[in-house]
Design a binder for this molecule. Structure first.
Ligand code: ASP
Length: 442
């Protein structure tokens, strides 16, 4: 059994957090590959090491003395190393960084040292072997991963190792050997790549939340974590605005058929959220809440085209106009005399008006524009088996005086989309969350 466990910055922010990581790793001998971020915030007004490193480089770039900043970063690591009581030569590590800076090291090199040092310290503390991402993760010049070369290198490095390794996340190297960063939060991607390359049984992503939540906690107070979610459901929720794992960070494991388990470092007893392609024995009774998650996204525009006996030709004209203007269509809805398109959110007002004029001219129909529309998605793989879900939605929104502007169900019955006015968006999410969870609890 092989588990790849990635720990985020908040899980490694200070000595106490490192200790939690060690007890998690030691609790399961299958946790053989550990991927780490740089130390994150210890409290809400604190700074992440990665941000401090970016700032440090900005000092260098603008000719301001960077040493006090680098010193404060060294202090953060010093506290960790001393508090863990390990024998790690921090002065030598920082001397190496300073000497690289003296010979014009890049911003990516400097910023990557956050993860690099964290991984070296963590390896020492756990008694694992350090494996550098520079030698195992290869990026193309466009920032994408050179998968073949990377997977080969990971397999080789792991086979030559003691079998228990710690790897820094968030960076790799380019063809010319230069360090290259991934996008922010990229350690999630590194974890997924290692899990896929080594054909792990599971990819654990340890963070500071109880899992993926059923709704946005800034709208709904203490929403329940989702116990199980499929990749398809996750995609729907992410697409509709839920701030969960970035798609790129699950793609390698999704393709490899490896489940992801999001876990809470501060509450390791909890099961967190399990993400997989599908679930065996996915019993309907399991899912007391009917739905997996709810999310809302604001600022859409709807264009309604009305014409008696709307023909396919007219519909295709509308679509061609939108395509020619490079406007992304989120959803379409069509009836006998009306065809509605929901446009990507935030589309420029001026272009909507000129598009409407062109559509009227070309189709001979009348066009109505509705702006300030929010789309609320209720996502669930169980919808297909259940009756009464849309009834519940209509009932709950009706009782709460929320006017539904549009309703549409995805073809695979994975989600129901409801359009409401922007000012009703948060209330709709809250009302639906309450009615689904209350019903589930009865
Ligand atoms: N430390 C980097 C960041 O703050 C990468 C990561 O945490 O995954 O974005």
């Amino acid at each position: 059994m092989l588990k790849v466990a990635k720990f985020g910055g908040s899980s490694l922010a200070d000595v106490k957090q490192f200790e939690k990581v060690r007890s998690i790793v030691e609790a399961d001998p299958a946790r053989k590959v550990i991927v780490v971020s740089a130390p994150g915030k210890r409290f809400s007004k604190d700074n992440k090491i990665t941000d401090l490193l970016y700032l440090c480089y900005a000092h260098i770039k603008y000719g301001v003395d960077y040493r006090p900043m680098l010193e404060s970063i060294r202090e953060r690591y010093r506290e960790i190393v001393d508090g863990l009581g390990i024998n790690f030569d921090l002065d030598a590590a920082f001397a190496e960084i300073e000497s690289a800076l003296g010979s014009d090291a890049s911003e990516s090199y400097l910023v990557s040292r956050g993860e690099y040092l964290c991984a070296r310290i963590c390896a020492k503390y756990l008694g694992y072997e350090f494996v550098d991402a520079k030698d195992t993760v290869f990026l193309n010049y466009d920032g994408s991963i050179d998968t073949d070369r990377t997977y080969e290198a990971i397999k080789l490095a792991y086979s030559k190792s003691s079998g228990r390794i710690v790897v820094p996340g968030f960076f790799g190297s380019l063809d010319d050997g230069e360090i290259c960063l991934m996008s922010r939060g990229g350690s999630d991607i590194t974890g997924a790549i290692f899990a896929a390359a080594l054909d792990a049984d599971i990819y654990e992503n340890w963070t500071d939340v109880p899992g993926i939540l059923m709704a946005d906690p800034s709208i709904v107070k203490d929403p329940y974590p989702i116990p199980k979610i499929t990749y398809d459901e996750l995609r729907e929720l992410t697409y509709m605005g839920a701030k969960v794992l970035h798609e790129a960070s699950v793609y390698p494991v999704k393709v490899a058929g490896i489940p992801v388990n999001i876990r809470d470092t501060n509450n390791p007893e909890a099961d967190g959220t399990l993400i997989d392609e599908s679930f065996e024995n996915d019993d309907l009774k399991d899912d007391k809440f009917y739905i997996t998650g709810i999310t809302g996204k604001k600022h859409y525009t709807i264009i309604d085209v009305k014409k008696d006996n709307l023909s396919l030709d007219a519909i295709s004209t509308v679509m061609q106009v939108l395509v020619s203007r490079g406007i992304k269509v989120e959803q379409v809805n069509s009836g006998l005399d009306v065809f509605s398109v929901i446009l990507e959110n935030g589309v420029n007002k001026q272009s909507v008006y000129s598009i409407a004029t062109e559509i009227e001219k070309l189709t001979g129909g009348s066009v109505k524009i509705s702006e300030g529309i929010s789309m609320i998605a209720c996502v669930s793989r169980r919808m297909v088996f259940r009756s009464g879900i849309s009834g519940l939605i209509f009932g709950a929104l009706g009782e709460n005086d929320i006017n539904i502007r549009l309703i549409s169900q995805g073809a695979r019955e994975l989600n129901i989309l409801i359009g409401v006015a922007d000012e009703d968006c948060d209330r709709t999410v809250q009302v639906l969350y309450d009615s689904f969870t209350k019903r589930g609890n009865n």
